[in-house]
Design a binder for this molecule. Structure first.
Ligand SMILES: Cc1cc2nc3c(=O)[nH]c(=O)nc-3n(C[C@H](O)[C@H](O)[C@H](O)COP(=O)(O)OP(=O)(O)OC[C@H]3O[C@@H](n4cnc5c(N)ncnc54)[C@H](O)[C@@H]3O)c2cc1C
Length: 383
């Protein structure tokens, strides 16, 4: 057993931690106040490798191992949680396109994605289908050499400014086997966007995408007809550990800040840190965060080894964001009234992390997966 990062990973961790502190943290509040991120900053993030982590080298990416992807998400979210969303969604898009897209679609989109010129969203959820994603109603009809897509996608990260979206649409019968995936350029005629006023992660402009008879060439189907749902599930598994690590990074940063704050703040003639009621809270959250961190990296290590990791991924997807949200909440209270001000990054981090208790699958759905793996599929009330 070896729990150590490699020399290269340790160096990367150090570099990213400094970058998050110097470059990301000072801007974090700006997106929350309604500023829109510039294309120049998105491209700067791409230079760090944020988009190209799992883009094959021939298309300009780096094909990093999955543990390194997790390390990057954890470190960057210490400075700005939103940046981890570029990693999460970028990983899903690059995995799906690299593994299943038509060579022409790969050649057109993967190089642009790797350098941050094309932000690619993931469009599965609909107003009437979230947890029950196999129940989507958006449909794609084959007409000649094209598909015509009609429907609405809800709660799509980057809906406000993504350049393309991998859209899941029904091409066959009811259920998961009737769903296919399409790479849809979002400047296509018939596409409209409606960003939400979200509780957090505002840099991402999460929102709805409407497809009113949007025409795409048949080669834009990603993978085989009726396989879209299953292909997405493969990428979902490891990405759950990336999500957990992003949340853990934001929580660890909050804990580090709270340790410093409670050492400096005096009450009743002593530093706050000297009261066990304070220090033990930090000790408990550190314990829970470290447990979630180790399981997350184990999950990514399993993925790197080509081994099954469905259960571990679902475990950390509910346990990681929950532990992180609870730790940040405690840090807010331990900062007293300062922790309840918008000038403090704590409340923004808390709102951001809570979003990923829901996004990519809720705790109930994750526990359903863990239970299914433990009890067997025949004891699951939904498939
Ligand atoms: C920050 C954020 C980012 C997101 N980004 C994307 C994105 O980029 N692309 C995308 O496609 N989607 C995205 N989503 C949507 C997300 O995947 C869905 O919100 C999620 O899957 C839950 O679906 P729902 O909101 O429809 O809730 P519902 O499915 O209606 O569930 C409502 C509640 O019921 C519970 N529930 C549901 N079924 C059961 C059950 N069988 N047993 C017990 N409890 C149950 C759920 O856990 C939840 O608490 C995002 C959401 C958020 C919040």
């Amino acid at each position: 057993m070896d729990f150590a990062f490699s020399e290269d990973q340790l160096l990367l961790q150090q570099t990213l931690r400094q970058y998050a502190k110097d470059k990301l943290a000072p801007n974090y509040h700006r997106w929350d106040r309604g500023e829109v991120i510039s294309r120049a900053l998105i491209k700067e993030a791409a230079e760090l490798g944020v988009f190209g982590l799992r883009v094959p080298e021939q298309f300009g990416g780096m094909m990093a191992d999955y543990v390194t992807c997790g390390l990057m998400a954890e470190e960057l979210s210490r400075g700005d949680f939103n940046y981890s969303l570029y990693i999460q969604l970028g990983l899903i898009a690059s995995e799906l396109l690299a593994d299943f897209a038509h060579p022409e679609v790969q050649a057109e989109w993967l190089p642009r994605h790797a350098v941050g010129e094309a932000v690619i969203a993931f469009g599965l959820t609909e107003p009437g289908a979230g947890s029950d994603a196999a129940n989507i109603t958006t449909r794609a009809e084959k007409i000649g050499d094209d598909y015509i897509i009609i429907g609405e996608k809800a709660s799509i990260t980057f809906a406000g400014y993504a350049d393309a979206c991998i859209v899941f649409a029904r091409t066959g019968d009811a259920g998961a086997r009737g769903i296919s995936a399409f790479l849809v350029p979002l400047d296509a005629p018939g596409v409209t966007r409606q960003p939400y006023f979200a509780a957090g992660e505002r840099l991402t402009q999460r929102g709805s995408l409407f497809f009113d008879e949007v025409r795409v060439p048949a080669r834009n189907m990603v993978g085989e007809p009726g396989k879209g749902f299953y292909q997405a599930m493969i990428a979902f598994d490891f990405n759950r550990a990336i999500i957990a690590l992003a949340c853990i990074g934001a929580a660890q940063q909050s804990i580090d800040e709270t340790i410093e704050y409670t050492k400096g703040r005096e009450v009743f003639g002593k530093p706050l840190a000297m009261f066990e009621g304070v220090a033990f809270q930090i000790a408990e959250h550190l314990t829970l965060l470290e447990s979630a961190r180790v399981l997350s990296y184990k999950c990514l290590w399993l993925k790197d080894q080509g081994r099954k990791h469905t259960s571990e991924a679902a475990m950390v997807k509910w346990f990681g964001p929950k532990s992180a949200a609870e730790a940040i909440h405690a840090c807010m209270i331990l900062h007293g009234h300062y922790g309840y001000n918008m000038e403090s990054p704590l409340e923004q981090r808390w709102r951001d992390v809570v979003g990923l208790e829901i996004g990519d699958g809720t705790p109930e759905i994750m526990k359903g997966i863990v239970a299914r793996e433990a009890f067997g599929r025949e004891y699951t009330s939904y498939r």
